[in-house]
Write a protein that binds this ligand. Sequence first.
Ligand SMILES: C[S@@+](CC[C@H](N)C(=O)[O-])C[C@H]1O[C@@H](n2cnc3c(N)ncnc32)[C@H](O)[C@@H]1O
Length: 203
Amino acid sequence: MSFYQKLFASKYDSFMTDLEKEFHPLRQELISHLEGKILDVGSGTGVNFEHFNENSEVIAVEPSPYMLEKALKKLPKKANITTYNLSVTDPKLDDVIKENSLDYIVSTLVLCTIPDNELALKKFFQWLKPTGKLIIIEHIHAGEKPRRILQNIINPVWKVIGDGCHLNRDTDLLIKEAGFIVEEEGYFKRSLRFYQGIFFVKK
Ligand SMILES: C[S@@+](CC[C@H](N)C(=O)[O-])C[C@H]1O[C@@H](n2cnc3c(N)ncnc32)[C@H](O)[C@@H]1O
């Protein structure tokens, strides 16, 4: 497993180069104005780091040491970012993040990978303040039946190559089932079907 983790981390930024041309402005739009206490879930190689402003206090959680090593090189001077080499569902994180304490949770291209994504969403809900918001960019299961079936077939191999990434999660629906309310959402199609949204919590 660690072989693929290492390979995935080493190739991630170059693999994402084309998509990032589109995601970079989207990340900027969704993240750059956020202020307060923020969780960056599964920071990966630290692609979101440059977008956090000086009025944010960011907890960046990343379980892969290979990804984290790359992210640490992208730590900007202006933002206040503390990194943790943990899974977001690790109970140790409850010592760091208290219930109703976060202003924002930023989860970009991560809910496809977190093994227990439903537990993660439950924790997101608990950790956010009643005024807090969840910011999402994600790829989700295709809309058309033939592509859905194809993605189900490819998924076991994809998961190995993509270090746990699933092609066939209906994350857009899961977020709403977890109790989040849509403030804005959008779907867009590239090589995969993508979903972007801002959600608030109703406590
Ligand atoms: C596709 S990368 C996305 C990285 C980054 N957020 C981005 O927008 O490019 C998915 C990341 O989620 C991380 N991850 C996997 N399981 C996780 C978990 N249980 N908790 C937090 N992060 C996790 C992976 O190690 C990987 O770095």
